[in-house]
Design a protein around this ligand. Structure first.
Ligand code: HSE
Length: 454
């Protein structure tokens, strides 16, 4: 505690910022504008003492005294009047080293860093705990949606069966745009000739970047890595067992074809980038991939930058969290919530914070163990008996067809497109069947293979 006082306003808690970009600026702004309210809530004033930035001359949205800014992070880490460090630069390094140094200096940490917490969270939490400190990371998942605190506290009594989430705002923004008005809309009007990754995709991504939703390298968004980090964090908390990003089978949205959106719509589904972790016999399975979901499901109606996370607890049943998953204001709301929580604990004199890292060691299984339904789009030779061969191959691998239809035919190339929806089948069998189908002389290619989730 940097200073002691007799009333809430007089007592101060020193905050040091590492990073003063979109989120850091939003946090500093909130701490200034809502100072009195926060002081009443926690019994002390939260004061920004130093902020480490890369470039002192860069224009800022927040008006901090010039002397507070420094380009030397050690000015923040070594300042004895700072109680809590807020790390909002992102990425594994140097953020990880800064957080370790903050803990060594006896400071609590608040971070929005999903990559770091997904990869090294349990070690960092253990390190913090051994020093009587805490690391809080509500802002790492789902922007302003409360998710970490509920998983850590409110749902603790439950055995969590599954976490199903739309957890990346950028891709949801792009997919929503594509499904409504972008490349897919145009392609629908033009009979599906827009290539994947066409103008609509690029425009929607540029929009998401302009709005501050996308990562500095948007590959992390569109290839699903950002969603995988967030799923790893939630699953590790929810199952109380370590789930690493590298154990999550991850597919992004860049290979989707406009016709997949068209067929989804015709069949009563929408395509969403879903992050799912669930308990099955023998362990956990986890995946991030674009998937069909029935358009009647709550997750199907989550559009634009909105995220939603559906958690199935044995006592609660299904609970659904929904809100803005990216952007400066929602994310700074989560950072400030953690700051207030830690500040309140400091004011109350809590010397020990509860350890909340994983306890169990459930195996994370491969997706061949998964049991679900599938959508497959196959380009075939347009001649008699082709469908029978494909149906036979699926049957040989115990995959039962729920519906099949022949779509676009190319009379010049004498090819046609078959769209197949299956009943529930083991993914291992399904993948073996698809390899056998692709090897059939009458099949040009398996153009799409998506799970039907829900
Ligand atoms: N790039 C992330 C997203 C930001 O689009 O969801 C929030 O973590």
């Amino acid at each position: 505690m940097s200073t002691q006082g007799t009333d809430a306003g007089a007592r101060e808690i020193g905050v040091g910022l590492i990073g003063l970009g979109v989120v850091g600026g939003g946090v500093a702004q909130a701490l200034i504008e809502r100072k009195d309210y926060f002081a009443r809530q926690v019994g002390a004033s939260l004061v920004v003492r130093r902020a480490a930035v890369r470039d002192l001359s860069k224009p800022r949205t927040v008006d901090l005294p010039a002397g507070l800014l420094t380009t030397d992070v050690n000015d923040v880490l070594g300042d004895p009047s700072i109680d809590i460090i807020v790390e909002v630069i992102g990425g594994e390094e140097p953020a990880g080293s800064f957080i370790r140094a903050a803990l060594q200096a006896g400071k609590h940490v608040v971070t929005a860093n999903k990559e770091l917490m997904a990869k090294s969270g349990p070690e960092l939490l253990a390190e913090a705990h051994s020093r009587g400190l805490d690391i809080m990371f509500e802002a790492s998942v789902g922007g302003g949606i409360p998710l970490i605190a509920p998983l850590r506290r409110d749902l603790l009594a439950n055995r969590i069966a599954s976490i199903r989430a739309i957890i990346n705002g950028t891709t949801n923004y792009i997919l929503t745009g594509l499904a409504r008005t972008g490349a897919v809309g145009q392609a629908l009007r033009a009979q599906g000739i827009e290539p994947p990754g066409g103008a609509g995709f690029a425009e929607a991504l540029a929009d998401a970047q302009r709005l501050g939703y996308a990562e500095s390298d948007p590959t992390n968004d569109v290839e699903g890595y950002d969603a995988a980090y967030k799923l790893a964090i939630m699953a590790t908390l929810g199952f109380r067992s370590r789930v690493r990003p590298s154990q999550i089978d991850t597919t992004g949205i860049t290979k989707l074809h406009p016709r997949d959106f068209q067929y989804a719509q015709e069949l009563g589904y929408v395509i969403k980038l879903l992050a799912i972790a669930e308990r099955i016999d023998g362990g956990i399975v986890a995946r991030v991939a674009p998937a069909f979901i029935p358009n009647t499901e709550p997750l199907a109606k989550v559009d634009g930058v909105y995220n939603a996370v559906q958690i199935e607890g044995d006592l609660t049943g299904t609970v659904l969290f929904q809100g803005r998953g990216a952007g400066a204001e929602p994310t700074s709301s989560a950072v400030v919530a953690d700051l207030l929580d830690l500040s309140h604990a400091i004011v109350l004199g809590n010397r020990e914070r509860k350890y909340w890292g994983p306890e169990g060691d459930l195996p994370v299984l491969g997706l061949e163990h998964l049991h679900t339904r599938y959508y497959v789009r196959v380009t075939v030779n347009d001649r008699p008996g082709v469908l029978a061969q494909i149906a036979q191959t699926l049957g040989d691998h115990s995959v039962s067809i729920a519906a099949v239809s022949q779509k676009e035919a190319d009379s010049d190339a004498q090819t046609a497109e078959l769209v197949i929806m299956t009943h529930r089948a083991k993914e291992g069998s399904m993948r073996t069947a698809l390899r056998a189908i692709e090897a059939l002389p009458v099949v040009n290619q398996v153009s799409s293979f998506l799970r039907v989730e829900g």
